[in-house]
Each structure stands twice: as structure tokens, then as C-alpha cells.
Ligand binder design. Sequence first.
Ligand SMILES: Cc1cc2nc3c(=O)[nH]c(=O)nc-3n(C[C@H](O)[C@H](O)[C@H](O)COP(=O)(O)OP(=O)(O)OC[C@H]3O[C@@H](n4cnc5c(N)ncnc54)[C@H](O)[C@@H]3O)c2cc1C
Length: 510
Amino acid sequence: MPAATRQREPSDAYDLLVIGGGINGTGIARDASGRGLSVLLAERGDLAGFTSSSSTKLIHGGLRYLEYYEFRLVREALAERERLLRQAPHVIWPLRFVLPHDEGLRPAWMLRLGLFLYDHLARLRTLPGSKSVDLRTSPYGTPLQKRLTKGFVYSDCWVEDSRLVVLNAMDARERGATVLTRTGVVSARREGDGWVATLRDERTGTERTVRAKAVVNAAGPWVSATLGGTLGINSRAAVRLIKGSHIVVKRLFPGDQAYILQQPDKRIIFAIPYERDFTLIGTTDVPYDGEPGPVSISPEETDYLCGCINRSFDTRITPADVVWSYSGVRPLYDDAAENASAVTRDYVLDVEDQGGKAAVLSVFGGKITTYRRLAEHAIEKLKPFFPGLKPAWTGEAVLPGGAMKDADFDSFLAKLQAEKPFLPAETARRLARAYGTKAREIVGTARSMADLGDMFDGGLTAAEVDYLRVEEWAVTAEDILWRRSKLGLRTSPESASRLTAYLDRKAEAA
Ligand SMILES: Cc1cc2nc3c(=O)[nH]c(=O)nc-3n(C[C@H](O)[C@H](O)[C@H](O)COP(=O)(O)OP(=O)(O)OC[C@H]3O[C@@H](n4cnc5c(N)ncnc54)[C@H](O)[C@@H]3O)c2cc1C
């Protein structure tokens, strides 16, 4: 039975109502469902519609956080890096980073010391450690300006951020959670031992009421508004909104390595190989006072990011080279730091209850990297409200599509290609990366590309679109082209309109 209809019909009463379908909401819903709680997750828009699809897409310890003495965060993040790599080897993979030493900025001894610490804080080491590199002779130095003569190389990981969110939602559903997208929580109040919440279907405007013993407020940039407004609770914990933007340009350099570039303002900027033919450049840190919601890059941010590249690479870029950009708002815990870059990236979980009942747990801050551990901590904090909760379980559990022998992606891809030789090499690679072992569910018994139905740009087929609609809550062309995939970078307006028409036809027939 298709998953969208396979999930339990929404009922009226749950243990836990999770507000928000970003990485933290879906991670908590997954963990809670696996521990035996009945869970309803409500997301107002699409899964990962906001911050969780706007990140730099790194599973990293955060080398620069060492400068702020965030050792706890870095150690936890590095441990998670190893774990997540095993749990989702299709959407997470290792990256080597080249860090040039830049005369007049941080001295070489400081970089060496930082990397030494970084390597040692990552106790379990499956990734290669750091080393110094002569940029005059190494291929890593070829695209860089000749003034950069020495540097270092170290490891971190890449993550397909919005896909990681969807995988957590799918796993939560597999374990019994009800996941409703395009469903806002418009109000909630304490009643008896729990909560009564009003949910609104954002497409039809219809409202319904549900009960829950406890609420998780994982509303990201809306966490404070949800706490004070929707839930009517006064709390001292506050969110600090910091906007960050990225630009995408045609590929700037050959090779699989990324670059981490120091800037005179002490910030660092990444230049990362992206979607095979592009380079992703980011990010900025701009204090944000407006209403949370869709945000976009400013001309000043674009100029700044172009300038960062032009300081280090031989190839010069201008705003005219930007083929795509995206922005997001970090919902950080307000630790009263003066500088936007210095605000803690660690998370704070705030629990409010009423006489030991009707708890609400709010998530402030955090990183995609630490979402699994954050979820574990969140459920631990809710334990007093749910005696009989099963023990933590996500430490070794793979995410949907991630069950590959020895977490070996290349062997899995070779096997898929051997099973389905008609798939063009690039389509096989893309499907394996996006869906892992679940790619087989899309291809099914097809023996040719024609068997996969209508074709859209970038190798997208009707079979894949149907899978995304039925299994992954995709509703619009944007959900598919910019969050379930990044095929938007290769899709013509004509193909996007055909996709919309196809989705409309399917929705009418449903
Ligand atoms: C520029 C930038 C770069 C970053 N880079 C990295 C990185 O490289 N690595 C890393 O680990 N982390 C990174 N992060 C941090 C990471 O992206 C965030 O910490 C994380 O995505 C926050 O997830 P969230 O679930 O808390 O919030 P969100 O993803 O914003 O999810 C909150 C959701 O709640 C929903 N919602 C709000 N109110 C309601 C309501 N009333 N009813 C229903 N739904 C509601 C919203 O629609 C939204 O989808 C970066 C962040 C930014 C902005």
C-alpha cells in the first residue's frame, strides 16, 4: 500500500504533538516513535521548507567553533559525523577540505594546532586525518592564487540536508508516527493533563482539534513566536535570528576537494563542489530582525561572497556568474554574544510544564550535524512525563535507503547498475545517491527508460515523481526540483510547467 495512505489515519489523541518538520522536528518524531510513543508531526509547509534546506550542507565538527572554545559541541558533532556516515551513506559522504594559510591572517601554527585538536576530538577515526600541503606543487593549489603557497587538508562530510529531513520523517512514519505536511498548528492550550491543539490544513483551510500529552516546539525560526503566541507560554529562553546566504556558480575548480577560505574579517567561507557541474559558495552571517519566513540574498551578500572567492582563486567571479542563490535564517539560542558569527551554535532544550504534566519542550539552536543527539536528549528530557519509555535506539539504526553492506556506496551503485543496465550512468548515480536501496522501489520491474513513464529534464521520470508524491510527501514542482532533489538547476521552465501539470492531474485523480 502506498505510504501516504499507509500511515495511520490521523486520530484525536497522541502522546506527542511535534510542531515543525525541519531536521529537529522529524528527528525527534523518529526517536519518539521508536521508543513507543504515539506521535503526530505537523508541518505548516513542506518538509525542510525553511532552515533545514538552506544550510551549507556539512556534517562537520565545525573547525572554527574551536576558536570560541565550543569543545563540547565540536566533540559531539565529530562523533555524530562518524555515526551518520554509517547510517545514511547515500546522502552523506566524506569531503576533503583545503585550508590555505593566508599571510597576515591566522598564523600557520594556530591552524596546525586547531587541526590537531580537531583530529583528536574525533576519537573514532574512519576519515583520514589532517596534513599540511605545499600548494606550489600539490594539485590542490592549482586553482588558487600563487601568493597562497602552503596550506592544510582535513576531513569532514557533505549531507543532502533536505533529503536527510525526509528520511527521518519516513522512518518516523515506518515506526507509527503520523506526519502531516501543509498543516499548521494555529493554537494550543493546556486542558486537564495535556494539550488541546487546533490544526489547519493550509490548502483547504479546514481545521481540526487533537489532544496530546506533551508538545515539542521544533518550529525553528518561529520557536519563540510559537512558545509565546501559539502556546501562550512566557519563557526566558529566546531565539536569535541570523540570516545566512549561499551562491552557486558554474564549477570553479577540478577535483572533489572543497576549500575553506579565511577572510580579513576573521570569517571563513566554503567553496564546495556542487551537483557535479557547480560550486557552492557560502555563507554569510547577517543579524535578522524581520518576521521569519522566505528570505533572499542581498546584493551586498552576493558582492561579499564573490569578493571572498576573488581573494583566493585565480578565476574571478562577479554577480553575473551566479546561477542560483538561497538563504536561510539560523534559529540560534540567544547567548547575548555581540557578534553574529560568535553566537553559540550549540543547542538548548527548554522544558515548561504544569505540575509535572502537559509539558512543552522547545528547541533553540543546533546544527543538522547534531540533530540525532539533540533528539535523543529531547526525549530523555521528556522521560519524566512518559514513564515506561523504551531506551535510546537511534545510535546504530540506519535511515531509509541506507542499509548498504559496509556502508559502501560505490559497491551499491555498481550493483544497481548491473541490475538495471538500461539506466544511463548519471541517472543510476543520482537515484542511488538520493534514495539508496530504495532506488529499486522506483525502478521496480522496468526494463527500459520508457517503462518509467513521462520524462522531465535532468533524467526525472514519472515513476520517480510518483514515488516522491506517494512516499515522500511531495506536492508541488518546487518540492521536487529544489528539496527532494536539486534538479531545478537543470530544469527548463517548459519541463517545470509539464511537471506541475502532471502533479495537478495526479492530485485531481486522487
Ligand atoms: C546559512 C546556514 C548554514 C548552515 N550550515 C549548516 C551546516 O553546514 N551544517 C549543520 O550541521 N548545520 C548548518 N546550519 C544549521 C541548520 O541548518 C539548522 O540548525 C537546522 O536546519 C534547524 O532546523 P530546525 O528543524 O530547528 O528548523 P527548520 O528547518 O526551520 O524547521 C522548522 C519548521 O517548523 C515549521 N513551523 C513553524 N511554525 C509552525 C507551526 N505553527 N505549525 C507547523 N509548522 C510550523 C516551519 O514551517 C519549518 O519548516 C546552517 C544554517 C544556516 C541558516
